[in-house]
Design a protein around this ligand. Structure first.
Ligand SMILES: *Cc1c(COP(=O)(O)O)cnc(C)c1O
Length: 360
């Protein structure tokens, strides 16, 4: 069977070149006689893999030297807990912007650890936009402000970085990591689970400013203290070795695409093409306000549940898979992460046109 166009929200499509390189390395990684999965994490071969991954990521994002890069386990979800445990370091106050399910889960979890409030929310319009907020939205003595830069389920994206003044900004970038340029210094902490844009599930990347380390409470489980991992170069215990290796291959691939800038331009073009097709259709529509539409997850609907379901089923017969909306939203969603080829976008758009003709 041929490869399909996989619009899954995560785990999601990876670059074919990356998969081919991993396949070529599978039985015998660069002549060392074993696969990366079988290697000691204390071996020089693996040390070289993790060092290269970190240094390529630092290049791609221009991460300053006073930021640590950590390769952790536990997914985005463990960060919902680790962020408050580590960053509620003075007043124990944090202000969250609630823009969807993931932001809300992070907000709920953080409440276990301090005085945590929702500074803004877009729930009033079913998360179809991103609130525009400035300094006055936040408590001036908050330890941090928390945002989710791309909302995977609702298909929205921050088109600005909230001005938090002197307050530290923490961001979940799980679903738009390395898909657009950011200035790392605008954030105290950035994290991203790998399985949306970087590699297989299993590794979560945390980029944290080093002056924020060392404030976790005494009774913090050792694994949940960023400092544990920072002091040991992500090797306090066995890291998710294979996922780190795959992420490293993806970083090299992004470099070949012109870095994050090159990828971003390509993502903008692909997203515009798809949203144009949705906006010009008489069958499909996008519920998200145009200025906040995600470049990674395009949500759209026909307005008729049965028709949505038929679209999903017929798309699959045409090699277009995982196009169903999240169970909490319904409708349709095309996740068009970095690795989605242009042919995938074109195939989806022409299938939408055909479906529209047949169902007018
Ligand atoms: C997928 C996702 C998560 C959760 O990731 P897990 O690895 O499943 O815990 C968190 N935040 C965002 C924005 C996501 O897209």
């Amino acid at each position: 069977m041929d490869r399909v166009y996989n619009f899954s929200a995560g785990p999601s499509t990876l670059p074919v070149e990356v998969l081919e390189e991993a396949a070529a390395d599978m039985l015998n990684y660069k002549g060392c006689g074993m696969s990366v999965m079988e290697m000691s994490h204390r071996s020089q071969d693996f040390q070289n893999i993790i060092d290269a991954a970190e240094s390529d990521l630092r290049d791609l994002m221009q991460i300053p030297d006073n930021y640590k890069v950590l390769f952790l386990q536990g997914g985005g979800t463990l960060q919902f807990s680790m962020v408050p445990i580590n960053l509620l370091r003075n007043t124990k106050k944090a202000d969250y912007i609630v823009t969807g399910n993931w932001a809300n889960k992070a907000y709920q979890e953080a409440q276990k650890f301090g005085d945590v409030v929702a500074a803004a929310s877009s729930e009033d319009k079913n998360f179809t936009y991103v609130p525009k907020v400035g300094k006055d939205a936040f408590r001036p003595d908050a330890d941090y402000v928390y945002i989710t830069t791309n909302n995977t389920i609702y298909g929205t994206r921050y088109n600005y970085i909230p001005d938090t003044g002197d307050i530290l900004l923490a961001a979940d970038q799980s679903s738009n990591f390395l898909s657009e340029t950011y200035n790392v210094e605008d954030f105290g902490l950035i994290y991203a689970g790998a399985q949306k844009n970087v590699g297989p599930a299993g590794v979560t990347i945390v980029i944290v400013r080093d002056d924020l380390l060392g404030f976790a409470p005494e009774n913090t489980p050792i694994y949940l203290d960023y400092n544990t991992h920072a002091k040991k170069g992500s090797m306090y215990n066995t890291p998710p070795c294979y996922a780190i290796y795959m992420a490293g291959l993806t970083f090299k691939w992004i470099k070949k695409q012109g870095g994050v800038k090159g990828i971003e331009q390509h993502n903008i073009e692909q997203a515009e093409k798809l949203y144009d097709a949705i906006d010009n259709s008489s069958l499909f529509s996008c519920p998200v306000v145009p200025e906040d539409r995600s470049r990674m997850n395009a949500v759209f609907v026909t307005g008729d549940k049965d028709l949505d379901a038929r679209f999903v089923a017929e798309a699959k017969e045409n090699g277009i898979v995982n196009i169903k909306g999240h169970r909490s939203v319904g409708g349709l969603r095309a996740s068009i992460y970095n690795a989605m080829p242009d042919e995938g976008i074109d195939a989806l758009i022409s299938f939408m046109k055909k479906f529209e003709m047949e169902n007018k």
